[in-house]
Design a protein around this ligand. Structure first.
Ligand code: P6P
Length: 332
């Protein structure tokens, strides 16, 4: 297999014609993310030997206990992206407000990220990941939280790094989805899947079944059909997976299909869902649509949602197009 490195892939994309073309500044940004993800990967893979497992005794804006590695990963990314010279500001799940890069208000990109998603899995050695979303700098003056409130369709790039048995970088610029595997000895990501493609049909669904009594009727109806399997109107059996690490669950959907759901539930009618729009649902939805899948919140395409708050949440149903469409139609 001819090995194409991330660097070579980005160089080719800079020289590409038309839709596939990217800017040298975007290459620089992805290189910065590549580098910092390798440091995070090394820390994650050392686990308890790194002395940074366990909690930091603090809570983030979500009210979630922060793991040491959450904070370390967050700080590493802030430093790396500020140093890239192409980022005007950043927003993170771990920071209450955005983090403008001093003196860089005119730089081309804004980056939102979840530095270590699925962090409840860190101490039990289950895959976790870094999710990122790249928006254009609106260049409306100083960078503030409002600068980031752009719909998912505005993204110029999105991706994640999953720290699992392999460390993989999955990336889109709006011209398909490419997956790279980290060659740790070489210190380079190598292209291993040039075009990820989600089958329109699937037999695999991912949802946290313990919340079933709280779901609204459309999701109750849809999941009941899947559970009925060949004894019901679907006429085939389904299988369930729930890793409780969005990056790992979505990576499986991108790799072999499936539907991933975190629906809004009855416990808090004012809370549209658990997952965050700007740095979880939007980047994952961009990737999923670019791989031929669909992504809805219940009422609409996630990428069309006009954000009103940096840390707003949304319901998520994404993956194999025919299944997502089916459950979305039940909401009509
Ligand atoms: P639950 C991890 O905390 C996370 O934000 C996502 O990565 C994951 O899909 C979800 O929450 C898991 O939620 O309620 O099943 O623990």
């Amino acid at each position: 297999m001819s090995m194409i490195t991330l660097s070579q892939y980005l160089k080719a994309a800079e020289g590409a014609a038309g839709h596939g073309r990217i800017t040298p500044e975007l290459s620089t940004l992805i290189h910065a993310l590549s580098g910092v993800s390798q440091h995070i990967s090394a820390a994650v893979h050392k686990g308890a030997l790194s002395g940074v497992l366990g909690t930091a005794g603090t809570e983030n804006v979500q009210g979630e206990t922060q793991k040491n590695l959450d904070i370390i990963a967050n700080d590493m990314i802030l430093v790396a992206l500020a140093a890239s010279g192409v980022v005007a500001g950043m927003a993170s799940e771990e920071l209450d407000d955005c983090s403008p890069v001093p003196g860089h208000a005119d730089k081309p990109y804004l980056v939102l990220f979840d530095p270590l998603d699925g962090s409840s899995n860190i101490d039990v050695n289950v895959s976790i990941g870094t999710i990122f979303s790249v928006l254009p700098n609106p260049r409306t003056g100083d960078i503030n939280n409002h600068s980031f409130l752009q719909p998912g369709t505005a993204q110029v790039a999105a991706g994640y790094v999953v720290y699992g048995p392999q460390t993989s970088l999955v990336l889109t610029f709006g011209n398909g989805v490419a997956a790279f595997t980290l060659d740790r000895e070489a210190g380079e990501y190598v292209l291993t899947t040039p075009a990820m493609d989600i089958p329109a049909d699937t037999k695999e669904f991912a949802i946290n079944m313990s919340n079933q009594r709280h779901w609204y009727p459309p999701v109750q109806k849809y999941i009941a059909e899947l559970l009925a399997g060949k004894t019901g109107e679907r006429g085939k059996d389904f299988n369930m997976r729930w890793i409780a690490s969005m990056v790992a669950d979505v990576h499986r959907v991108l790799t072999r299909g499936g539907i991933f759901m975190y629906p809004k539930d009855l416990r808090d009618p004012n809370k549209p869902g658990k997952l965050r729009l700007m740095y979880e649902a939007n980047p994952m939805s961009f990737l999923v649509e670019q791989a031929g899948g669909k992504s809805f919140d219940a009422a609409q395409r996630i990428l069309d949602i006009q954000p009103t708050e940096l840390h707003q949440r949304c319901a998520v149903m994404l993956g194999s197009a025919h299944e997502v469409q089916r459950v979305a139609d039940y909401h009509l």
